[in-house]
Write a new protein. Structure first.
Length: 446
C-alpha cells in the first residue's frame, strides 16, 4: 500500500541525519516522502529542545496539525501525528496530554522501532510513547537498512550523547550518555555512501571528538577513524562536528596538518570569554586553555577556518565579562560563529539561579556580538577573493546554468555550470563575495 510521510526537522545536524534514517526505516512499509504536511498519512516533527523557542515551536505546529487531522478525518481519512527528537525524549507522555491529536512520541534513540510503534498505535487505538535509551541497538538495526539517494555530501552520525553536563544544556538529558559506534560499522556505512556517489562525509556527534569506538583491538580515536575513512575510495572530503575543547587531542590536531582529505574547518565552541563564567557553565576549560588549543591547531594547519558557538547573558554575566567574549572572538579570528541568548532550560542547574539576566540586556549583547562576527565573516570571505579553491559541486543554483558547491572552509560557492557537473571537485577562482557566499570561475578540475 502506498502511503506518504512528511518529516519536518528542527535543531542540529544530528536531527537531519536521524530524519533521513527515519525515511529509510519507513520506506519498506510503503511510505514515500512528501514535502507537505497537508494530505500526508503520517507527519513526523523531529524536534529540538535546546532553547525555549525551539521547544515552543513544536506546540504551535501541533496546533496546526491537529486542525489538518480533523479536516482529514471529516473526509474519512486518517493522518497520524508523531513527535520525535529531543522534545519527544524530554517531555514524553506530557505531549500526548497537552495535545490529544498526537499518536506517537519517541526520542532520538528509538526511531528504529517506528514500524513497531505504528503497529502498536493501530492495534490499541491509543498513543504509543517510547523514550528509552538504546543507541547501540538502534545503530545495529539501522546499518541493515538501505539508504535513500541524496546529495554528494552526507552526514554520518558516529557518536551520540554527552557526559559533560554544562550547566545550561539539555543534551545530556535528551540524548543520554556518550556512546560511540564501532569503527567497522561506520566504515561499512561510509562505503555504502561512497558507492552511491557521496564524496564528502561530515561525521556527527554531540561531542564528536570524544569518539572512542571499538576498533577490534580496543577503542580507537577520531583521528584514527578519520585516517581509516580517508582510505575509502570515492570519499574525498571529511569533516566533523561538534567538538569540545576538552577532547581536542594532539593526534586530531596533527591530522589537520597531515591528512589532505580532512577539511580545514573546525567548529570548536568556547561559549564565553571569561573564566568565571566558563566555570559556572561547567565547561572544564579556561580562556587560556582554549587559546592554546587554537594556536596548536593553527600551527598544524595555518589556513584553517575556525567556527564556534557563543552564549550571551548566562546568569550573572556582567558587562565586563561579556566584553571578554567580544575580545576572545576577535583574538581567535573566527571565520563564522553561532550566537545565542541564554535560554533557561527546565531541569538544568543554571535555570534555577536567581541572577538571571534581563531580556533587553541579552538582546543588546547578542546584537553587539553578531555585528562583530558578521564583520569577521565578511573579512574572512573577502580574503578568499583572488584565490583558487577546490569546490565540491553539490546542487543546482537558483539561476539557470548555475551550480552551488562548498569550499574547503565550508563557504557556499556559486559558479557557472558550463562543462561542470554535480559531484565534481573543481578548481574555482574566487572573483567576488556576497553576504553569505562566494562566486567564482572554473579554472580546471582537480
Ligand atoms: N556539544 C556541543 C553543543 C551542542 S548544543 C558543544 O558542547 O559545543 C549547540 C549550542 O547551543 C551550544 O554550543 C550552545 O552554544 C547552545 N546552547 C545550548 N544550550 C543553550 C541554552 N540553554 N541557551 C542558549 N544556548 C544554548
Ligand atoms: Fe551540551 Fe555541554 Fe554536552 Fe555540549 S558539552 S552537549 S554544550 S552539555
Ligand atoms: Fe536540539 Fe537535540 Fe540537537 S536538543 S540541538 S536536536 S541534540
Amino acid at each position: 500500500m502506498n502511503k506518504t510521510v512528511h518529516i519536518k526537522t528542527y535543531g542540529c545536524q544530528m536531527n537531519v541525519y536521524d530524519s533521513s534514517r527515519m525515511r529509510d526505516v519507513l520506506a519498506p512499509l510503503g511510505y514515500a516522502e512528501t514535502d507537505m504536511a497537508e494530505g500526508a498519512d503520517l507527519v513526523i516533527l523531529n524536534t529540538c529542545h535546546i532553547r525555549e523557542k525551539a521547544a515552543e515551536k513544536v506546540y504551535s505546529e501541533l496546533g496546526k496539525l491537529r486542525e489538518m487531522k480533523e479536516a482529514r478525518a471529516a473526509q474519512g481519512k486518517e493522518m497520524l501525528i508523531a513527535v520525535a527528537g529531543c522534545v519527544g525524549q524530554a517531555e514524553g507522555q506530557e505531549i500526548t496530554r497537552r495535545n490529544k491529536a498526537v499518536d506517537l512520541v519517541f526520542g532520538p534513540q528509538t526511531y528504529h522501532r517506528l514500524p513497531e510503534l505504528l503497529g502498536q498505535r493501530q492495534a490499541t487505538g491509543r498513543a504509543a510513547v517510547e523514550t528509552e535509551f538504546a543507541a547501540e541497538r538502534k545503530f545495529e538495526e539501522l546499518v541493515e537498512k538501505p539508504q535513500a539517494q541524496g546529495s554528494v555530501a552526507a552526514f554520518l552520525t558516529i557518536q551520540e550523547g554527552c557526559d559533560k553536563f554544562c550547566t545550561f544544556c539539555v543534551v545530556p538529558y535528551t540524548r543520554g550518555a556518550e556512546f560511540s559506534r564501532p569503527v567497522a560499522q561506520i566504515l561499512q556505512e561510509a562505503a555504502k555512501l561512497a558507492a552511491r556517489g557521496v564524496r564528502e562525509v561530515t561525521l556527527l556527534g554531540q561531542n564528536v571528538n570524544a569518539y572512542r569506538g571499538e576498533g577490534g583491538n580496543g577503542p580507537e580515536s577520531l583521528a584514527r577513524l578519520v585516517a581509516r575513512l580517508s582510505q575509502i575510495q570515492g570519499i574525498e572530503r571529511i569533516r566533523y562536528v561538534t567538538s569540545h575543547p576538552r577532547d581536542m587531542t594532539d593526534d586530531l590536531i596533527a591530522a589537520h596538518g597531515a591528512n589532505e582529505k580532512l577539511m580545514p574547518y573546525l567548529h570548536l565552541p568556547i561559549q564565553a570569554g571569561n573564566d568565571r563564567i566558563l566555570k559556572a557553565m561547567n565547561r572544564g576549560h579556561t580562556v587560556a586553555d582554549y587559546l592554546r588549543l587554537v594556536d596548536k591547531v593553527k600551527a598544524a594547519r595555518p589556513d584553517i577556518a575556525l567556527s564556534g558557538d557563543f552564549i550571551v547573558g548566562f546568569p550573572g554575566e556582567s558587562e565586563a565579562e561579556f566584553a571578554g567574549t567580544l575580545q576572545v572572538a576577535r583574538e581567535v579570528g573566527y571565520a563564522s560563529a553561532y550566537t545565542f541568548k541564554y535560554s533557561p532550560r527546565p531541569g538544568t542547574p543554571a535555570a534555577a539561579r536567581a541572577d538571571q539576566i534581563e531580556e533587553p540586556v541579552k538582546d543588546q549583547r547578542l546584537a553587539a556580538l553578531q555585528a562583530q562576527i558578521l564583520e569577521q565573516t565578511k573579512a574572512f570571505n573577502a580574503s578568499c577573493v583572488g584565490r583558487e579553491l577546490p569546490v565540491l559541486l553539490e546542487k543546482p543554483g537558483r539561476h539557470d546554468g548555475q551550480l552551488i558547491g562548498r569550499s574547503p572552509y565550508l563557504q557556499s560557492v556559486h559558479v557557472a555550470a558550463q562543462n561542470l557537473s554535480i559531484g565534481q571537485i573543481a578548481n574555482i577562482s574566487i572573483k567576488s563575495v556576497g553576504p553569505n557566499s562566494l562566486s567564482g570561475q572554473y579554472v580546471g578540475q582537480i
